[in-house]
Design a protein around this ligand. Structure first.
Ligand code: BTN
Length: 321
């Protein structure tokens, strides 16, 4: 807790005096100096000028709770953070915490996953230190059939947070692949714990390729996947990106609960890359080819085949022709 308070104090662009820090933390000047040394050991570059005070010059690219909290501007999402350096899957931990009554907005976050889960039973690779894997617990009072709307809500939040942090423009391929220049940079997996007419929790799993170099990707993914660093040409501060994401998510979630899905749908459509295009949709029940006509208010994709028949697609892999 002291670390978080100290970081918040030092966040100001001006120098903060040792006296002010010792008052705020309720400790001696020697103890302040020790706390500053500890920060330095975790990668923060802190300048110390006699009679002026302390100032952070560089932030480390780590994603422990105090790294994120220093930037965080939310009241719910990300206020509770459970961090792992390495974990099989954040999704599994979040499911367990949700069953144990974790509060809405609790986020499980990991530097590395060893058995990350993708959509349609696939694996998700999250190498140590370059990616971020997270699972966000929400408890919306909505009927279960509306839960897929939250996937689209998460997708627009990710797009906005990436733009704010890096300036990069992303596109969304239905339902939830985030692409830059046609290559996937973020994947979203939404799962739910529910009764037939009641949602206990929705777990939004988000995997982001952030500071991967081209070499980090397995050969079979080289043409299909990219990272923010590859696209932006510079390293991206992961904690800052996460704090922006939690902020965007909180705003959109609030609007969604107040005004319904239409607010999300219109934003989502601005970023959608597949709409109006000829696509191949590979579902668990077979393949459909046709034109993506739009999405319904439930977030379902409508495909018109070559005979003019409209198909509702709930889950599929989409290839744009
Ligand atoms: C996809 O297939 O595109 C979805 C990938 C979702 C990966 C994320 S990473 C955090 C969370 N934990 C998991 O095991 N999977 C999701």
């Amino acid at each position: 807790m002291k670390k978080e308070t100290l970081l918040k104090l030092l966040q100001s662009t001006d120098y903060v005096s040792g006296e002010k820090i010792s008052k705020e933390l309720g400790c001696s000047r020697t103890a302040v100096w020790k706390h500053i040394e500890e920060l330095r050991k975790t990668g923060y570059e802190v300048e110390a000028i006699p009679r002026k005070g302390y100032r952070i010059i560089t932030y480390p690219n780590t994603i422990q709770p105090h790294d994120i909290k220093v930037h965080l501007q939310t009241s719910c999402i990300g206020q509770q953070l459970t961090y792992f350096e390495s974990v099989p899957s954040t999704q599994d931990v979040a499911h367990r915490l949700a069953q144990e009554e974790a509060e809405e907005g609790h986020v499980v976050i990991a530097d590395e996953q060893t058995r990350g889960k993708g959509r349609m039973g696939r694996e998700w690779h999250s190498p140590l230190g370059t990616s971020v894997s997270m699972s966000i617990i929400l408890r919306p009072k909505i009927p279960p059939q509306k839960a897929p709307q939250l996937t689209l809500l998460a997708a627009v939040s990710v797009v906005r947070a990436i733009k704010k942090t890096t300036g990069l423009d992303c596109e969304i391929k239905w339902p939830n692949d985030i692409l830059i220049n046609g290559k996937k940079v973020v994947g979203i997996l939404t799962e739910m714990q529910s009764e037939p007419d009641y949602v206990h929790s929705v777990i939004i799993g988000i995997g982001m390729n952030i500071n991967h170099t081209v070499e980090h990707f397995p050969v079979e993914l080289k043409d299909k996947a990219t990272s923010l660093m590859v696209e932006a040409g510079e390293e991206v501060n992961r904690a800052l990106l996460l704090s922006h994401l939690f902020y965007e998510l909180e705003q959109f979630y609030h609007d969604y609960l107040q005004q319904g899905f239409s607010v999300i749908k219109s934003v989502w459509e601005c970023y959608a890359v597949s709409l109006g295009k000829r696509i191949t949709a590979r579902t668990l029940h077979g393949t459909l080819i046709g034109v993506a006509k739009g999405i319904t208010d439930e977030g379902v994709l409508l495909l018109e085949d070559d005979f003019g028949e409209i198909h509702s697609i709930y889950s599929a892999d989409i290839e744009i022709k």
